[in-house]
Design a protein around this ligand. Structure first.
Ligand code: FAD
Ligand code: NAD
Ligand code: SAM
Length: 663
């Protein structure tokens, strides 16, 4: 680790003036922990890891992935959510799903909720919009429930077509329920079976199709045996696996599986497990589903029914016991959890069962969709600028026909979508103005307060208001910096104290093992490389100094631009991308997943400048000095990127920045 000389923050400095400068070491390229490196073996373990990572780069239909796990006896889990009711609810939901994603669900389900106007893509809370958001922004393979009873055949085909256009390839085909009628039994023109047939007629094997199963028989079924025959019809028509209605006793599921197998149903049957989270809700759902809660459970709940925490603990215990038994005796290949959109219990259940993935294998250095997204599965190159705003990048590129694979290429101006809707739909309300003003202060007296915010972000320690600055306006998640940033933490602190307001960075890396915990990605047994990169805002005066200083550093590629492009200085080719991260892995071509692309930088520039105004200035009242200060920085500061191409030597970036401050 390098050491930094103490630097005082100059509390009286104004925009454009530099603070005092200390001496700073140049960080050497990081080479990682080679002693813990990957060992090539003929054993099954290493082979399996390589298989998994390779598999991740191609989209394999969900039913095939399920079958593969069933065959190899590898248990997994899936999660069911209903669409949140409000816009703020959507933002919270997306954040929650991001956390769930890290646990490694094989897929998530979104219910078809009639009240959400489920097919309406103009509503951010509709089932279809939420399902698309799960797939695109949370990077999890998604199954949309669709019911058919409420619609004409034409309307249902329209829903299927729209689902395909959204990139979703998994459907739980359902009948749904019509309102009870006073003139006798409800007549259903279409059942789940009809929809499954239409899907196969119209779309061949494009969709993975699942069907619902009822371990105690559907309440409207003429008999349990008849219900199983209907289920067999659904499977014969093309359903590739079954998800069941909830049940309370493991024997019920075990018997159901035996009966299905006897009836010739051979596809995977996944138990739907609803953890008991509150006394009232489980009673309501049981009654809606026509289920009776067994006496033993009612007895256990009765004395604790007023104590939510005790009910929740009981629910966890009950679900764990049931799942453990079903997984260990081979009746269930996996667990499907009805989450009720809550987090705690489900996570605890999955952790206790050992199904929650402890460590995320990074297939690429940025959060890739891997095999989870039918269209983006092969995408393996992105510009560096959006690394802290991956959802924004996905939104802005969602209409691309093809995603860069292998090389970014020398594209003519790439078409990026406008950002406006993205904010409206997916980020509104998060975090609140009150939370932001604790991080960014109620009042900014001078640019030194702004510097302090950046410093606090890099430090990740509590500020005077007792909160950590967990995000800057340029990041969309509250996660602070990544572990690799610690390698240059001292240098970044020094920069920000001195008015070099950093928004993005990476240390140089020279052949760290791909399994390295800080910078590793890709297949085990490979090596990772990075060029040092720094992106920051700096006053116009300093930018001018920097431009002069850079004349002595031909190894640096730079681009400096301001909000209205009246400054646009670069020594790079105007269209040629520069690879800044690459990796060399066994048995394949070199991968170069991150580039500095000059054309994309111009698009990013607008977003980066807007962030000052939309994510910072607007937390202060109109006309306030704080708001004006941020506007002034927006108007007067220059956005700079520096790439140090000599990645084998200690980077000169911080040395030249010292010269910039001194000149
Ligand atoms: C896992 C799961 C998820 C669900 N998700 C949703 C959701 O997102 N949104 C929602 O509104 N509802 C959902 N439901 C509820 C579901 O819509 C209701 O249970 C509904 O009553 C039945 O739908 P189904 O698709 O199971 O019906 P079907 O499989 O069509 O069966 C319904 C009834 O018709 C009978 N039947 C089936 N085929 C025939 C036939 N050929 N001839 C005569 N009778 C037949 C069956 O025995 C059964 O009694 C879900 C249910 C489950 C189990
Ligand atoms: N397994 C099921 O039978 C099941 C699953 C999901 C939804 N549904 C039904 O679909 C309709 C729309 O559901 P929604 O999710 O959009 O909104 P919702 O607000 O009615 O239900 C919220 C969630 O509760 C759970 N749930 C509700 N009823 C259930 C039931 N009968 N059995 C098991 N779980 C149930 C599901 O996880 C559902 O997603 C409702 O009528 C619901 O009852 C049934
Ligand atoms: C450029 S990426 C890392 C790229 C990755 N090595 C790759 O190859 O794609 C984003 C990095 O910027 C860092 N970062 C985020 N906000 C920052 C800020 N305000 N100043 C400096 N670095 C920041 C993050 O911690 C993260 O490591």
């Amino acid at each position: 680790m390098t050491k930094t000389a103490e630097t005082k923050i100059d509390v009286h400095s104004e925009i454009g003036k530099s603070a005092s400068v200390g001496k700073l070491d140049s960080p050497k390229p990081y080479c990682g922990e080679h002693s813990n490196g990957f060992k090539f073996t003929n054993g099954t373990n290493g082979h399996n890891i390589i298989e998994t990572v390779r598999e991740n780069l191609t989209y394999v239909p969900l039913h095939q992935r399920i079958e593969k796990r069933v065959k190899s006896g590898t248990p997994f889990f899936s999660l069911e959510f209903f669409p949140p009711k409000t816009g703020n609810g959507v933002a919270n939901f997306i954040t929650r799903l991001d956390r769930y994603r890290d646990g490694g669900p094989l897929f998530v389900d979104i219910t078809w909720h009639l009240g959400s106007d489920p097919a309406n893509l103009n509503k951010e809370t509709s089932s279809s919009s939420i399902a698309a958001a799960c797939l695109n922004y949370c990077r999890v393979d998604t199954m949309l429930h669709i019911t058919g009873a409420q619609y004409s055949k034409r309307q249902t085909l329209g829903h299927l077509e729209q689902t395909k256009a959204l990139g979703i390839r998994n459907i739980l085909a359902l009948r749904g329920d019509l309102h009870p009628s006073e003139d006798g039994p409800v007549v259903y023109q279409y059942r789940a079976l009809d929809m499954i047939r239409w899907i196969r007629e119209e779309y061949g094997d494009y969709f993975t199709v699942a069907a619902s199963g009822y371990p105690l028989g559907h309440p409207e079924a003429p008999s349990y045996a008849a219900d199983i025959r209907y289920l067999k019809d659904k499977v014969d028509a093309g359903a590739q696996f079954v998800i069941t209605q909830l049940f309370f006793e493991p024997e019920v599921f075990e018997q159901f599986v035996r009966d299905c197998r006897e009836a010739g149903i051979t596809v995977p049957i996944i138990p739907g497990i609803m953890p008991i989270q509150s006394y009232e809700s489980i009673r309501r759902i049981a009654s809606l589903s026509g289920l009776t809660i067994p006496d033993a459970i009612l007895k256990a709940l009765e004395p604790i029914k007023e104590n939510d925490e005790a009910v929740r603990s009981y629910g966890i215990h009950h679900a764990v016991e049931m799942c453990r038994r079903l997984l260990s005796n081979g009746s269930a290949p996996s667990i499907h959890l009805y989450t009720m959109n809550r987090e705690g219990s489900c996570r605890e259940i999955l952790q206790t069962l050992g199904l929650w993935q402890q460590q995320n294998i990074r297939t690429l250095p940025w959060g890739s969709h891997c095999g989870q997204h039918p269209l983006r599965a092969k995408e393996d190159v992105r510009p560096i600028f959006w690394s802290s705003r991956p959802k924004s990048y996905v939104f802005r590129t969602k209409d691309w026909d093809e995603y860069p694979n292998g090389r970014w290429g020398n594209a003519s101006s790439p078409a990026y979508n406008d950002l406006q809707d993205y904010y409206l739909f997916y980020l509104k309300g998060l975090p609140t103005k009150e939370e932001l003003s604790k991080m960014y202060y109620n009042e900014l007296k001078s640019v030194d307060d702004v510097k302090k915010v950046f410093v606090n972000f890099i430090k990740q320690e509590e500020n005077e208001n007792g909160v950590k600055v967990t995000r800057l306006p340029w990041s969309e998640q509250e996660t602070g910096t990544r572990a690799e940033t610690n390698l240059i933490k001292d240098q970044l602190l020094w920069c920000n104290k001195n008015g070099i307001l950093t928004v993005n960075s990476q240390p140089s890396v020279n052949g760290a093992p791909s399994t390295d915990p800080l910078v590793g990605w890709g297949k085990p047994g490979g090596y990772c490389y990075q060029k040092a990169y720094l992106e920051f805002f700096v006053s116009r005066e300093l930018a001018q100094n920097l431009r002069k200083t850079l004349e002595d550093y031909p190894q640096i590629n730079y681009h400096m631009i301001n909000h209205d492009c009246s400054i646009d200085w670069t020594n790079s080719d105007p269209t040629e991308p520069i690879a800044v991260t690459w990796g060399v892995f066994p048995g394949c071509e070199i991968a170069q997943p991150t580039v500095v692309d000059p054309l994309s930088f111009r698009v990013w520039k607008d977003e980066a400048y807007d962030a000052w105004l939309n994510n910072w200035a607007n937390i202060y009242p109109d006309g306030s000095a704080s708001r004006e200060l941020i506007h002034k920085i927006h108007d007067e500061y220059v956005l700079v990127t520096l790439v140090d191409n000599d990645f084998v030597k200690p980077t000169v970036i911080f040395e030249l920045l010292q010269k910039m401050l001194n000149s």
